[in-house]
Design a protein around this ligand. Sequence first.
Ligand code: ZN
Length: 79
Amino acid sequence: MDTKRVGLLLRQKGATKPCHRCDHMNFSVLDGFTKFILQQNFRDGVEVDGASVPVVHVACDNCGAITAHAIGAFGLKLD
Ligand SMILES: [Zn+2]
């Protein structure tokens, strides 16, 4: 994961507001991605191979609050 590129793309998209928890202005892009599982019900438990949204996270350098951004919005490849 190119964290510097993600940070640049976030700034280009105007994602530059202060932390929603503490109003601090500096963030770190976490190195790696996770995914949000999209599930219609829980009858069969949690599906790990179903639909999902890959996301990158930025963490507030002061309080550690984490915000997710869908990777698809950046046009990045996951390889
Ligand atoms: Zn914060």
